[in-house]
Write a new protein. Structure first.
Ligand code: FAD
Ligand code: DHB
Length: 389
């Protein structure tokens, strides 16, 4: 088989890139290790920046997001028993859309099926060959048979555990990492959200987040220990702990119901440089991870895809390799700013197990300063709604 761009991974990065390329008549094939149902079963991010929403529109799959997504003009930051609103619209004139990653993935999958572009699910043992030559190839196994795809370029959109990043030699790749000493325990529940907007709560027992997927479905998180297992946390125990970390009004409005999804995610900051090696590009979680506190993971995957899409389309339409050569530096410049914001939000809002009294005082001062200073709130707002592409 031959294609122009072989895309590894059918998460949001791979599907979005595929859809944008297909719209421009650039041939692409997506190879995905899992089944489509498995990919749709993963509950992940929920906040979409304007830039990412515009890209979904450009890919022709934004209609349902605009119909069903919730526009949020701000968030609330809670500490010391009080909530403080950060008004994005007033501070930076922008808002975000609350719409689940699962729904985005579903819209992209349907768009791809409608366009008739090929996705090979359950592709096993994907391997990358000759990435520094002129004729790269991707091999995989499907139903016991070996296959090979010849292509011009490979887009590694296969997430943190994928094969693409690992195909770049150690002598080329530099990694930067911070692992946080806690995780997030999250549940989905068919109950209305506690508040109209997301509540990010800092408490001496740990962080908590009240988010949502719709007017009738809540997504709730609490900071947990890395040793905790999902089985340790009954719904009763989860709600009891969440209520300890929220203010009185939020507790009064919390409607408890049986969870229908419960999972623990570890928190990590990670960047691999460069994001291009020969004819292989990395995009999304394949190249970087942010702790979820800033709601940036999915949005960063989208901005990488934007730069890569522009670069590939410039190459195929105008014959220029300038943006291909600039891809890694352009993407990384924005990645590092989102890494900084996610690290800052995480550091400010979580309880660090071995933090000293001084460090806790610094966290309290940071929060007090944030909600008292329009300059500080503006900084949070412009990062949360998304820095320009
Ligand atoms: P992924 O979504 O990881 O997609 C990669 C795809 O590649 C997967 O479908 C995978 O099956 C496939 N793949 C992997 N290896 C191979 C291979 N060898 N061959 C073929 N295919 C392969 N972000 C937030 O902003 N808020 C959150 O609450 C949040 N929660 C998260 C919870 C978890 C458990 C995780 C893991 C991430 C979370 N994120 C969150 C981050 C966000 O979901 C990711 O940043 C986003 O999914 C990145 O998209 P992606 O397409 O780059 O990678
Ligand atoms: C959600 C996840 C986040 O990490 C975040 O910062 C905001 C919302 C969510 O899953 O709804």
């Amino acid at each position: 088989m031959r294609t122009q761009v072989a895309i590894i991974g059918a998460g949001p990065a791979g599907l979005l890139l595929g859809q944008l390329l297909t719209k421009q008549g650039i041939d692409n094939v997506i190879l995905e290790r899992q089944t489509g149902e498995y990919v749709l079963g993963r509950i992940r991010a929920g906040v979409v920046e304007k830039g990412a929403a515009d890209l979904l529109d450009a890919a022709g799959v934004g209609a349902r997001m605009h119909r069903e997504g919730l526009i949020h003009d701000g968030i609330e930051v809670a500490f010391g028993g009080e909530r403080h609103r950060i008004n994005f619209r007033e501070l930076v004139g922008k808002s975000v859309i609350v719409y689940g990653q699962t729904e985005i993935t579903r819209d992209l999958m349907e768009g791809r099926a409608a366009a008739g572009a090929p996705t090979i699910y359950e592709a096993e043992d994907v391997s990358l060959h000759d990435i520094t030559g002129d004729k790269p190839r991707v091999r995989y196994k499907k139903d016991g048979a070996e296959h090979e795809i010849a292509c011009d370029y490979i887009a590694g959109c296969d997430g943190y555990h994928g094969v693409s990043r690992k195909s770049i030699p150690d002598s080329v790749l530099r990694s930067f990492e911070r692992v946080y000493p806690f995780g997030w325990l999250g549940i989905l529940v068919e109950k209305p959200p506690v508040s109209d907007e997301l509540i990010y709560a800092s408490h001496e027992r740990g962080f908590a987040l009240c988010s949502m997927r719709s007017h009738t479905r809540s997504r709730l998180y609490i900071q947990c220990s890395l040793e905790d297992r999902v089985e340790d946390w009954s719904d009763e125990r989860f709600y009891a702990e969440l209520k300890r970390r929220l203010d009185g009004d939020a507790v009064a409005r919390l409607q408890e119901g049986p969870s229908f999804e419960k999972s623990i995610a570890p928190l990590r900051s990670f960047v691999a440089e460069p994001m291009r090696h020969g004819r292989l590009f990395l995009a999304g979680d394949a190249a970087h991870i942010v702790p979820p506190t800033g709601a940036k993971g999915l949005n960063l995957a989208a901005s990488d895809v934007y730069y890569l899409w522009r670069a590939l389309s410039e190459f195929y339409k105008q014959g220029s390799k300038a943006s291909i050569d600039a891809y890694s530096a352009r993407a990384l410049a924005r990645v590092w700013k989102a890494e900084r914001f996610s690290w800052w939000m995480t550091s400010m809002l979580h309880r660090f197990p071995d933090s000293s009294g001084f460090e806790q005082k610094m966290q309290q001062a940071e929060l007090a300063y944030l909600v008292s200073s329009p300059a500080a709130m503006t900084s949070l707002a412009e990062n949360y709604v998304g820095l320009p592409y």
